[in-house]
Design a protein around this ligand. Structure first.
Ligand code: HSE
Length: 436
């Protein structure tokens, strides 16, 4: 059989890693795919730039459209990133009848509904395993391995840069910006690192996970995101005293009223495996009604881990080249005409437990006032720590761990607590999940 011809757009970290893996493992890959797969063309913005890959035998160009419009190319790998110019490149490749493999989470999260509709019209595949959690085959696991389940919830550490920062801050007391600079130098961070630390990147990935888990359209605009920039060393220490770790989680949960989609720092019990996922590693915990809780762990970024997912997608596409498009695994796990319009809940409707840290005067009745307010809002206290006053400050830190409550009730209670004369400053609130 003739070899399958692949064109690569972008020869940066992921593109370079993909070229290396496809070349190095060519023989094994051909045995798996049933056909030889060769990269015939690749594009890069700056052809003079030093590369991590050997491009011998590949025709290089700085014009991606010369690849997208080349009738000899069967599969286009979009490894440029970003949701701007590449959207047109992917749509043009689809219009030209080419299958597309992409690692681009923002493109899929923001424009996936349109891209998949066009791909279905043309009978081509758009594969995107590398868009979520790098080398972990989480898309395949949920879309195929768990397809007999009703997914109840999932929670993931899906941004390696953020996890690296939190881990280094906790373990080594390092400074936030210093760790971020290291993540950038290692090629983990996004071009705009606020995407990592403010939860935007995790939000893109959660959008995709939620869609394939619950059979809903991609809806990035409905995700609640909160970053890690407000996490202090003090909170990390108090959380540990209560038996918790702080992780930046993406959480999707189906409730009777709709779906919660949220990215925020979260206290999780230190005994959970996912609480011990450190550095740039990613992990996703998925709870299905039949299978129970399952955990997927691995490198969430980096050249070859991400290439591992890209190449697996290429092999899947090659295996499906002769299949009837109607009988392929649907892009978003559920048949396109069966996607459900389940409401995505606003933050007011989230149900979660909380860690609260406040600073209060050390005098009789202060704690009683705070607990009365919580009780008035039907918020039950699970644990409380009151610290001794320091020599220099008469205000004392009070740390409270509550049971699950409606976020609307917690917001109202916090506003009343902050209005007490005996409480100084803001109440520091971090959501808490037991992930049981
Ligand atoms: N910036 C991302 C991360 C890269 O740190 O996880 C992988 O998507």
């Amino acid at each position: 059989m003739k070899p399958v011809k692949v064109g690569v757009l972008g020869l940066g970290t992921v593109g370079g890693g993909t070229v290396n893996v496809l070349k190095r493992n060519a023989a094994e890959i051909a045995r798996r795919a049933g056909r030889e797969i060769i990269i015939t063309h690749a594009s890069a913005k700056d052809l003079q730039k030093p590369r991590i890959c050997n491009t011998d035998g590949i025709i290089l160009t700085d014009d991606p459209y010369s690849i997208i419009n080349n009738p000899d190319i069967d599969i286009v790998l979009e490894l440029i990133g970003g949701a701007g110019a590449v959207k047109d490149m992917v749509l043009t490749a689809i219009a030209n009848g080419k299958h597309v493999v992409t690692a681009n989470k923002s493109l899929i999260a923001l424009h996936g509904n349109e891209i998949f509709a066009k791909a279905s019209e043309k009978g081509v595949i758009v594969a995107f395993e590398a868009a979520v959690a790098g080398g972990i085959p989480i898309i395949k696991a949920i879309r195929e391995g768990l397809s007999g389940n009703q997914i109840e919830w999932l929670a993931g550490i899906i941004n390696g840069t953020g996890n690296f920062i939190l881990t280094e801050m906790r373990d080594k007391g390092r400074d936030f910006n210093d760790v971020l600079a290291e993540a950038q130098a290692l090629g983990y961070a996004e071009a705009d690192p606020t995407f990592d630390v403010e939860g935007i990147d995790a939000g893109h990935k959660l959008t995709i996970l939620a869609s394939i888990a619950f059979g809903i359209p991609l809806q990035f605009d409905k995700i609640y995101t909160e970053g890690i920039t407000q996490i202090t060393r003090l909170d990390v220490e108090y959380a540990e005293q209560l038996g918790y770790r702080i992780k930046h989680l993406g959480i999707a949960r189906k409730t009777a009223d709709g779906i919660e989609l949220r990215v925020h720092p979260t206290l999780i019990p230190e005994r959970r495996l996912i609480a011990n996922v450190n550095g740039v590693m990613n992990a996703v915990l998925v709870k299905g009604d039949a299978v129970g809780a399952t955990l997927y762990y691995g490198a969430g970024a980096g050249a070859e881990p991400t290439a591992s997912s890209v190449v697996a997608d290429v092999i899947d596409v090659v295996r499906a080249l002769t299949s009837d498009p109607e009988n392929r695994v649907p892009h978003l796990a559920f048949q396109a005409n069966a996607l459900a319009d389940i409401p995505v809940l606003t933050a007011d409707c989230f149900q979660t437990a909380y860690y609260l840290r406040l600073s209060a005067e050390d005098k009789p009745g202060v704690l009683a006032d705070v607990t009365r307010i919580l009780a008035d809002h039907h918020i039950s206290i699970e644990a409380i720590i009151q610290k001794e006053p320091s020599a220099t400050d008469t205000a004392i830190p009070i740390i409270i761990r509550t049971q699950r409550t409606l976020e609307k009730e917690m917001n109202a209670a916090i506003a009343k607590i902050e209005a007490l004369n005996t409480v100084t400053g803001k109440v520091n609130r971090i959501r808490l999940e037991t992930l049981g």
